[in-house]
Design a binder for this molecule. Structure first.
Ligand code: S3P
Length: 185
């Protein structure tokens, strides 16, 4: 059976709060924090926006997969992923194999509210918020749920509360995992 590693991955739609929550969560658990989009931009020497402009979504997804593979080679981290990481099956397999995957779940109206006026998100600026958000949410709803080990309601909670809830759930799943390990040896 494939075992989860000692990473926590945060997934969810744009605006769910993955980076802000991830940072607090890593602090709370004394783990390293990695923002996958940050890694991609740093390694490319370009912003996410520029990568989309120059290389298209396919180019970005290739970079995203490579960055994910590279990051997951080591453990002990909280990894915040970009909203579209679940659109590639191989990413989902990697995440589920190496991490406990938490979905920060938000509604369409929360996403709209939080993303209005935001910049640097090429998938929204090309098509416009009102069209892109419902479409992408519809396309991805099932993918998010399939990828997640746990789902956390991220609509009306502060980032601190969310980080605390995920930390509590993580500790519980870790102690369960350790208990199972002890029994089988
Ligand atoms: C994307 C989400 C973005 C970024 C890129 C594509 C998506 O990350 O990875 O613009 O496909 O949903 P955030 O979810 O952090 O905004």
């Amino acid at each position: 059976m494939v075992k989860e590693g000692d990473c926590i991955a945060l997934i969810g739609f744009m605006g769910a709060g993955k980076s802000a929550v991830g940072e607090l969560l890593a602090e709370e658990l004394g783990m390293e924090f990695v923002d996958l989009d940050g890694v991609i931009a740093r390694e490319a020497g370009m912003s996410i926006d520029t990568i989309f402009t120059r290389e298209g979504e396919d180019g970005f997804r290739r970079r995203e997969r490579d960055a994910l593979t590279e990051q997951l080679a080591s453990g002990g981290m909280v990894l915040s992923c970009g909203g579209g990481v679940v659109t590639r099956e191989e990413n989902v397999e990697m995440l589920r194999r190496r991490c406990r995957v938490f979905l920060l779940d938000i509604s369409e109206s929360t996403a709209m509210e939080r993303l209005r006026g935001s910049s640097g998100r090429p998938l929204l600026s090309d098509e416009g918020l009102e069209t892109a958000v419902p479409r992408l949410m519809r396309e991805r709803a099932r993918l998010y749920r399939r990828a997640a080990h746990e789902i956390v309601d991220a609509n009306e909670v502060s980032t601190r509360e969310l980080a605390k809830e995920i930390a509590a759930r993580w500790r519980k799943s870790e102690s369960r995992r350790r208990g199972e390990g002890t029994r089988s040896t």
